[in-house]
Write a protein that binds this ligand. Sequence first.
Ligand SMILES: [Zn+2]
Length: 408
Amino acid sequence: MKQTKLFTKTIKELPKDETSYNAQALLRAGFIDKLAAGVYSFLPLGWRVINKIQGIIREEMMAIDGQEINMPSLAPKENWQATGRWETLDVLFKLAGSDDKEYVLNPTHEEVVTPLAKKFIYSYRELPMAVFQIQNKFRNEKRAKAGLLRGREFLMKDLYSFHANQEDLDAYYDKAIIAYNNIFKRLGLGEKTYLTFASGGSFSKYSHEFQTVTEAGEDIIYICETCKMAVNQEIINEQSSCPKCGNQDLKETKAVESGNIFKLGTKYSQPFDLKYQDNNGDKKDVIMGCYGLGISRVLGAIVEACHDEKGIIWPDNIAPYRLHLLSLNVNQEADKIYDTLIKSGLEVLYDDRDLSAGEKFADADLIGCPYRLVVSKKSLEKGGLELKQRSSQVEEIISTTDLLSRFS
Ligand SMILES: [Zn+2]
């Protein structure tokens, strides 16, 4: 992608009310645009990152037999009345239709997926079953000031699983934990994300959150270094030790909830009368689980976790482009190199703009592609391009041929 053709530019003036680092950096680098508090557009660079995050999540959800669907953002009031959450969920976005009916902009989809499953699940033969979607969700937040960490509209993956009995749910739930660990590892957040005990509700003692440690987080968690797990604030109020090993020496830290998984049991299958017939012909309640992961929130968490004073440092797997090629007044030569790299299938952002070296270096650091390639008279005299990792200060001269063999 040539930067002279890129839809966005880096910007210097930030919206005055934007106080969170993640949104400031992404706005300045041209990854997102702010429409209103907690409401953002994803621009070409930002959407490329989102697509890569989605790709990783999709693969891991399909690996645990999740089938992708897409449910509506809009749901009738009656579905939310059926579970009582029309009255009890204070962040529900309610709206009036011109047909005199009321609607909800869904913050989660139990009220949609459960009656949907009722149309297809009759017998034990159809179980277990799991469906997921990646979709925009809505929360009517009073305050939305943490950038992408707490949006009014946000992108989420939610998976719902349906089971004949508790044992089957328990086994699937453990598989989901492994899938989530894989996701965070692949997103470059493995070291910083902790499986965290949270309160469970009536069907299990605990639910689990995946908390990513960052100073920008609004949650407080208590880490057990022995188990590499954590407990959230609700749990620490009930007991002051690690539920797994009993360790009392827990480390308090700020974190953001990147994901959560929950054994729902029959909480939603009962109000919607979702039953199946077992092999004796008896009708039984379907047992459910739900598994959420905030995609735009994870993007914000990655920016909070992976940056320095100059800008973002993208993990390799999800960078908008792996290579950032900068031409310092040698566009004719750089154009040829760019064409060669593109033809070899490499992902390259190419700064072919008529700007000073200083401005190009500053923008490259701000945008944060993992590898910077500089083509200049000096580098060409030395036999190629100057290669530097965004996270390092070491520079080396590399020929186009060696570059292709290293990055292809
Ligand atoms: Zn422990």
